[in-house]
Structures are given as C-alpha cells and as structure tokens.
Design a protein around this ligand. Structure first.
Ligand SMILES: [Zn+2]
Length: 187
C-alpha cells in the first residue's frame, strides 16, 4: 500500500485537521525528510497551502478545536505547531493551554518550531528586525484591550521578537503590546 493510501485509510479519506475530503495529499512534518505513516498527516488543499506558509485564515483554523484531540501524535504535533502560529489569537492561546502532549511528542513538536523561528521578522521596508532594535510606528495602531491609539511616529525602544515572525513586542505608553512587524520601521 502506498503512503497516501495508508494515510487515507487511517484518516477515513478526510483531512486530518479540518475533515474536508477535497484535494487530499500527504504532508511530511519537518524537519524529517523520510516520509512514513507515523510522521505524515493527510491534508486537504486548503490546510496544506496554509501549513506551507500561505496567509492564515483565522476562521478555518477553528477546526483545531477538534483535531488537536486526534490520537495520532503526528496530527497532535501539526495542530500544536499551527496553534503556535496562531497564538496572537486568544482562542488559540486557550487551546494551547488545554492541549496536552506527552514528553516525546512535545519535543517533536518543538523541533519543528525552531524552523519557524528561523523565518526572519521584517519591517515595513523589508529590513530584518532583531531583538533590542528601536523602531518607529509607520501607522496609527488601535491597541486592543488597552483603550488607546499608538500614533504613527511613536518610537518603540528595545523590541523583542515573538514566536510569530510577523509580530514583535514592545512597550508603548508604559504597556507591553504586540505589534505587527510590517507596521514599524527600524530607526
Ligand atoms: Zn483541511
């Protein structure tokens, strides 16, 4: 039986993250290079595209609410990694707190995150940002939950990077906030 056939059998011909039956194919979890049934996940076209780096559609990923409880470690690992990518969303943080991985599965899941962290964080001009950089906001930002607007031109000193390469963190008006990296430029 081919790898894809075995995965289809395990997954009942459905995407293992969102249950869609469309355009199914096998996804090998990085950093492994040798595909086997136990390190691969059957994905639909929509999931595959976003897992591979296309912009995340928040609502699509609500499916992780169910699929993170899958008994296959490979599916748990992928659900965990996707939740990490979505972790600027409160619902994703809540799911991450609930998700329990056994020790080996957790190590496996984190091994792939190193690769995600290697993706550079870029500012509005495409310049790479590093922890400790000083930046300036290039547009007004409504700060969710803090009830103020950080004005364009505001300096943010000594930023930190986050797990998500699209986000940085910095102190504005005395509060630590998450800022979208492409809304700042290095100063
Ligand atoms: Zn899917």
């Amino acid at each position: 039986m081919s790898l894809e056939q075995s995965l289809r059998q395990r997954a009942n011909d459905q995407c293992e993250l969102c249950s869609s039956p469309d355009s199914l194919s096998a996804y090998l979890l990085p950093p492994d290079t040798n595909a086997r049934v136990d390190n691969s996940v059957l994905l639909c076209g929509t999931c595959l595209e976003q897992v591979n780096g296309a912009e995340l559609q928040q609502n699509h990923w609500r499916c992780l609410n169910d699929s993170m409880w899958n008994s296959e470690p490979a599916v748990q690992v992928l659900a965990y990694r996707m939740l990490q990518r979505l972790s600027s969303e409160t619902w994703a943080q809540d799911l991450l707190e609930m998700l329990y991985l056994d020790e080996d599965t957790q190590k496996w899941a984190d091994r792939g995150l190193v690769d995600l962290n290697a993706e550079p964080t870029l500012d509005a001009n495409g310049a790479q940002l590093a922890a400790g950089d000083n930046v300036v906001l290039v547009k007004d930002l409504d700060v969710k939950g803090a009830n103020f607007t950080a004005k364009r031109g505001t300096a943010v000193r000594g930023i930190s990077l986050s797990d998500n390469p699209k986000h940085i963190e910095g102190r504005v008006n005395g509060q630590r906030i998450v800022i979208i990296a492409e809304y700042v430029k290095k100063s």
